[in-house]
Ligand binder design. Structure first.
Ligand code: AMP
Length: 315
């Protein structure tokens, strides 16, 4: 059975990380550190990141920290759900599930070349205070350029700087080999990749698919803000993205241009004030999509009542 340890201070984290360093083996890639950063209030989306990490690493750090720096002055920092006990329980259940799956694997099945020799050890890093991450006198920001100025960056001008600053600091504390992010926050994923590339950090950034509810709504910690009526209204977002996806796929057959669909999307945003943006972009660069784009992404931000939701579909 995997071991779980909860860490609430940076000092303890540093000391544990030092101990692990001496045990890391350079020859076995499973004997490495995986990292899953979150803000807690866990759902199946977060757990899918953990599930991936469990398959690949001997040591996993799972952080739960509601980062004040990534919230704007009028956003939901204070009311953001903080549910540590339940989160720990969900992590324990996921680990148990993983253990059972491991036991059920038939012995005859060919094993990957480098199997972990021991079950993974999971460290939940849940700082008890924001000063554990940003101590008194902390005065450095990490800011990525152009890619942070579009889409969510327009209505949340300091958001990505808050994200990269906390993720950089967590990377520095944990020094993982691989960090797992959800493609639900696609722009965030590309921003982190850019930071890692530009600052030459020796970390592999892995993006994993969006986990959705039975009716197509992307899972999000913020979905709990929705009233039953708003929960139904929220489906307009994935439904609109899916419709555009189907039109793009049909268009490929019928030679319709992306430009025509861009005009359609612009019209939707103009006529439906709930849409903050609805864009069809190149999936690698988030620049304008063209017929040459190998990956196309449709992204939307949508307000239901006071709740802002984001979603995307990659094709
Ligand atoms: P958060 O706690 O919202 O900061 O999210 C932590 C990580 O979980 C981020 O990398 C998110 O992209 C990822 N995540 C959130 N929701 C989902 C989802 N529905 N499917 C997959 N990943 C998700």
């Amino acid at each position: 059975m995997s071991e779980i340890k909860i860490i609430s201070t940076s000092e303890e984290l540093k000391s544990i990380r030092e101990k692990i360093q001496s045990q890391l083996s350079k020859s076995n890639t499973f004997d490495s550190i995986g990292f899953v950063p979150t803000m807690g209030n866990l759902h199946r989306g977060h757990l899918s990141l953990l599930s991936h990490a469990l398959k690949n690493h001997r040591y996993i750090f799972f952080s739960i920290f509601v980062n004040p720096k990534q919230f704007g002055p009028n956003e939901d920092y204070h009311k953001y759900p903080r549910t540590l006990d339940k989160d720990v329980q969900l992590i324990e259940e996921e680990i148990k599930k993983f253990g059972q799956q491991q036991q059920q694997q038939p012995l005859s099945q060919p094993q990957p070349q480098q199997q972990p020799t021991q079950p993974p050890t999971i460290f939940i890093f849940a700082p008890s205070l924001a000063t554990e991450i940003f101590p008194q006198g902390y005065d450095t920001e990490v800011k990525v350029g152009e890619i942070t100025k579009i889409l969510c960056g327009c209505s949340r001008p300091t958001h990505f700087q808050g994200v990269t600053t906390v993720v950089y600091r967590l990377f520095a504390l944990i020094r993982p080999a691989v960090a797992y992010f959800g493609l639900k926050d696609y722009q965030q994923y590309l921003v982190i990749k850019k930071m890692v590339e530009d600052l030459l950090l020796p970390i592999e950034v892995v993006g994993l698919p969006i986990v959705r509810d039975h009716d197509g709504l992307a899972l999000s910690s913020r979905n709990i803000y929705l009233s039953p009526e708003e929960r139904v209204e929220a489906l307009v977002l994935p439904q609109t993205l899916t419709k555009i996806k189907n039109e793009i796929l049909d268009g490929r057959k019928n030679n319709n241009t992306i430009n025509l669909l861009l005009e359609k999307a612009a019209k939707i945003v103009k006529n439906d004030s709930r849409f903050e943006y609805l864009e069809i972009l190149d999936g690698d660069t988030l620049s304008a999509a063209s017929e040459e784009s190998t990956k196309i992404i449709i992204l939307g931000a949508f307000r239901v009542g006071n709740t802002r939701l984001i979603d995307n579909i990659l094709i």
